[in-house]
Design a protein around this ligand. Structure first.
Ligand code: IVH
Length: 667
């Protein structure tokens, strides 16, 4: 193709891709299936590869792929990014309205917006192109996070406005993405993020934009900084104009003529808040008229024309009945509060992690106490404090045992750790958790070997180690509860075929501390065989990009252990593949939406009957079951979803709405 022809085709493709992206990510109303988008993107990438001189910064192909940075550059905010004063109750809001009224002559209208709990960012456009994205920083100087922000699909890379424009808004992580990401982090032995806000901020502060690119962030724009784009008269007109330019604005804003209407808006959203699929922590109230905003001006810290009403964190009172101890895969003993069931922020809470003994002491929580609980980031249940006034004297202090509740060996506290650990590598609880991890989807992916079967195998003394799994006989399995001939044969087949897995699955399955699925893949690709990895020194491992000291230490000392050496020998003799077979990542990513997944349907859907939805899931490789359990991969919730939704949220199961089902079936 001639260059000129290519140029024309490229322009056409970019226009179409921008339109599709806008419909999908901003309007939430795609006009074409994802496959059509992908096809056009491939076409564009191919042309840009042949004519690299035609690649521009605002091409939709440029969202992901920026190189990792060494550090973020500083960005000066010519118009400072201020924060808002707070209101905590109705009278604070009335005071705000009264003060404003005293300083202007005309009556005041307000715009109420949801206060999105994320990270404030500024986006600068020059000659219609997105050139710079920055964090708020201290309000005057922020950091240049352009490459990370480019990965947010709802941010337009180009707009129809030639004048320099700085738009401001809040980047955030929707609940579903947050829950899914934390689930993955936990599977990889990584610390989960405490709330979606931290997750969004953490993602945007990564030097490698590929990480932010995987985190499914989104943004709502709600204001402007430098503005040379002609004059508008009110904030509401600005919101309309931003939307017209292709920015994603939050649809829930409302113009109010009186402070009573403002209070009504605030009360409404305080109740409706749990139904949103993103986190809000209040309502922002702004004087609508821009001339009045100018008249009101600023105090040293905040504008006088706006205020943030902060919701109180939703709390509830319940009784702490018991403290349950569980021993994890790495031996850490975690106390969990068992509570009388109570509704908080939309779901029923029955358990809450107490993390460790220090925290129990610090909060002085006792068995039998009435406790205040809330959901951290309104998602993860947390015990805040006991209500001391309600104590009867029957409450009992809780002490962690000296010995492992599962195997009786002495618990130790490692240096610099608050957690107590069982150090017995043969502790049945650790072995059981280790085995559950070993067979899990991201590791050896052995179908039909759920937690219940593993518990039975332990109870019947049929397995103790990973190697024992590969020695299981047909008659061993047939004696287990609910194991018929067919499921036994299927399971034996699945165990046998897992022997062929590429090295990274086995490596991840072994559960080496700090080695998640990604690190396992890197190690496998780098060393190619288990043997070479076993021989690797600390220096060999740290020489690999992405591998830090902690990880290298953990890997080298893991392979130095005699027990590990004999386990690996046994596995080799049992016929397990110990070689890297190539890029698995692709395979995982290319799977259809439901292949190998267990899906539960609940609630009322608008476009599908229950049996239609079931048929669709099955057509795409999933199996539909009736109740939610740890083995459920996805819960698809329609309207008025009840207890299944509660349970799925508690178990951290990925939750989809009807739209998401529609999206995947549109392909
Ligand atoms: S307006 C001049 N509108 O809340 C102040 N802020 O202190 C401009 N936020 O740092 C802020 N949603 O990160 C505004 N609809 C909204 C908002 C919002 C969230 C955040 C923003 C700001 C903080 C207020």
């Amino acid at each position: 193709m001639e260059k000129q022809q290519a140029q024309q085709k490229i322009a056409e493709l970019r226009k179409l891709l921008n339109q599709y992206g806008h419909e999908y990510y901003v309007l939430d109303n795609p006009s074409v299936p994802d496959s059509e988008y992908d096809r056009k993107m491939q076409e564009l990438l191919k042309l840009e590869e042949s004519f690299p001189e035609l690649v521009t910064a605002d091409s939709p192909s440029q969202r992901i792929g920026g190189e990792p940075l060494d550090a973020f550059q500083k960005v000066q905010h010519n118009v400072p990014m201020m924060s808002l004063g707070n209101a905590f109750n109705e009278s604070d809001l009335r005071d705000f309205a009264r003060r404003a009224a005293q300083l202007t002559d005309e009556p005041i209208s307000f715009v109420c917006e949801l206060k999105i709990d994320g990270l404030a960012v500024s986006l600068t456009y020059e000659n219609g192109t997105f050139v710079r994205g920055a964090t708020r920083g201290d309000g005057t100087t922020g950091e240049d996070i352009t490459s990370n922000l480019k990965t947010i699909r709802s941010i337009p890379l180009s707009i129809q406005e030639e004048n320099t424009l700085e738009v401001r808004g809040e980047a955030f992580m929707p609940h579903q993405s947050f829950l899914k990401m934390n689930e993955q982090r936990q599977a990889n032995d990584e610390e989960p993020f405490a709330n979606p806000r931290n997750a969004a901020a953490g993602s945007l502060r990564q030097l490698d934009p590929k990480i932010a690119g995987k985190r499914n962030l989104d943004i709502f724009l709600y204001g402007v900084g430098e503005w040379q784009a002609g004059s508008l008269e009110s904030h509401s007109e600005r919101l309309d104009y931003l939307q017209e330019l292709g920015f994603k604005t939050n649809p829930e804003w409302l113009k109010c003529e009186t402070i009573d209407e403002v209070i009504e808006f605030v009360t409404y959203w305080e109740q409706k808040r749990p139904e949103l699929n993103y986190e809000i922590d209040g309502v922002v109230i702004k004087v609508d008229n821009l001339t009045q905003q100018e008249e009101l001006g600023f105090t040293a810290k905040n504008p006088r024309w706006a205020i943030a009403y902060k919701f109180p964190a939703e709390e509830a009172l319940t009784t702490l009945r018991e403290i349950e101890l569980s021993v994890g895969r790495t031996g850490v003993v975690t106390p969990t509060a068992i509570l009388d069931p109570v509704r908080v922020a939309g779901t029923t809470v029955k358990r809450a992690s107490l993390h460790n003994e220090d925290l129990i002491r610090e909060k002085d929580v006792r068995l039998g106490d009435q406790v205040v609980i809330k959901k951290a980031g309104d998602i993860i249940p947390e015990v805040i404090r006991p209500v001391e006034e309600k104590r009867t004297g029957d409450e009992k202090e809780f002490f962690m045992p000296d010995d492992c509740p599962e195997c009786g060996s002495e618990l130790v506290r490692l240096e610099e750790e608050v957690a107590l650990r069982c150090m017995n590598p043969n502790c049945p609880a650790q072995l059981k958790e280790g085995l559950i991890h070993f067979v899990s989807r991201e590791a050896m992916n052995i179908d039909g070997l759920g937690e219940k079967v593993i518990i039975q195998l332990f109870r019947e003394n049929l397995v103790h180690t990973i190697a024992d799994l590969y020695r299981l006989q047909r008659e061993d399995l047939l004696q287990l509860e609910r194991m018929g001939e067919k499921s036994t044969d299927n399971l034996l087949k699945a165990i046998a075929s897992s022997k062929e897995n590429s090295l990274e699955r086995l490596l991840f399955g072994l559960g080496i501390r700090f080695v998640g699925s990604k690190a396992a893949r890197t190690l496998a690709a780098q060393f190619e065989t288990m043997e070479k990895l076993q021989e690797a020194t600390f220096e060999d491992v740290v020489a690999i990009n992405e591998m830090g000291d902690k990880m290298a230490d953990s890997i080298v000392s893991y392979f130095a252990g005699d027990e590990v050496k004999s386990l690996l020998n046994e596995l080799k003799e049992l016929g397990l593949n110990m070689k890297y077979k190539g890029a698995k990542q692709q395979e995982i990513e290319d799977d259809t939406a439901f292949s190998g997944k267990t899906v539960v349907l609940t609630g009322k859907m608008n476009d599908f009957t229950r049996s239609e939805a079931k048929a669709l899931v099955e057509k795409l490789g999933g199996s539909v079951t009736g109740s939610v359990s740890k083995n459920t991969d996805i819960l698809i919730a329609g309207e008025d979803a009840g207890s299944k939704l509660d349970k799925a949220e508690k178990l951290g199961v990925t939750i989809w709405n009807e739209q998401q089902l529609r999206d995947v079936t549109d392909d």
